[in-house]
Design a protein around this ligand. Sequence first.
Ligand SMILES: O=C(O)CCC(=O)C(=O)O
Length: 278
Amino acid sequence: MPAAAETLASTELSPAELAAWKKDGFHVHGKLFDDAELEVLRAACEGVIDGRHETGSPPDGSYWRQASHPLAVRKFDNAWKADRTIEACVTSERLGRICAQLLGAPGIRLWHDQIAYKPPGGGHVVTWHQDWAYWQVVAECETVTCWIALDDVTADQGPMVFMAGSHRLGLFELPRHISGNNEEKPDLPEELGLREVPALLKAGEVSFHHGKTLHGSGMNHSPRWRKGLVSHAISSACTYRLHPRGHPNETWMKRCAEYPQPGESWRGPQFPMLWPKP
Ligand SMILES: O=C(O)CCC(=O)C(=O)O
């Protein structure tokens, strides 16, 4: 995907940005995808939501169907397998280079992507959670989620909200329902004074959060769709461990010719490199 470099933010992070990441567990970056790229990305995501698969393959995980609740978030995992434009975006070197600096990692792989389209007029909440709690088969919490705004995201649209500093508190229980009541929030001591920070993004901007950062999103009260595309990324040094929670990637990767055994680093075509490019 060629970039119009003059309109895009640098992928070099400053010492102040890295210090804020360490303290807060999230980072909001300037525009990394230009308007022409965003237009084709929106069309690609809408195609997948409507069941059109440019490559002939469906996404690995479809959590939304025509019969689902009309206000449910349209969620699809590994949509990159269905569409090459989505693939180029979620495996973009721009994202990978930023993740590598945030984690101090030798390289960055895709764990999985996710389309996250929240309908207007009351689109559902996403309950407070930590991403790594769902990914216990990744032995090390060397993970970053990149949330790409395909349109402007405003306060009335149910933007993602981060609990600044929560990544330093350890791992909490999983919420009972990932989409439900956003007040289902772990008990956090008042004296910690943790701030809730909404990620209000312009189209093409990207928020990055750590695998243990508590986050969620409220209802979309606006008349506009809230359009997000997510690249969940891991350090190339992360290893596979067996865990009772398991993860669908364990099934999906076994459709490929190459995949890791427990104890090995994640590898194979299920987990493409973002940075450095092979
Ligand atoms: O899109 C949302 O509202 C939530 C997304 C999320 O939880 C994530 O990307 O980790």
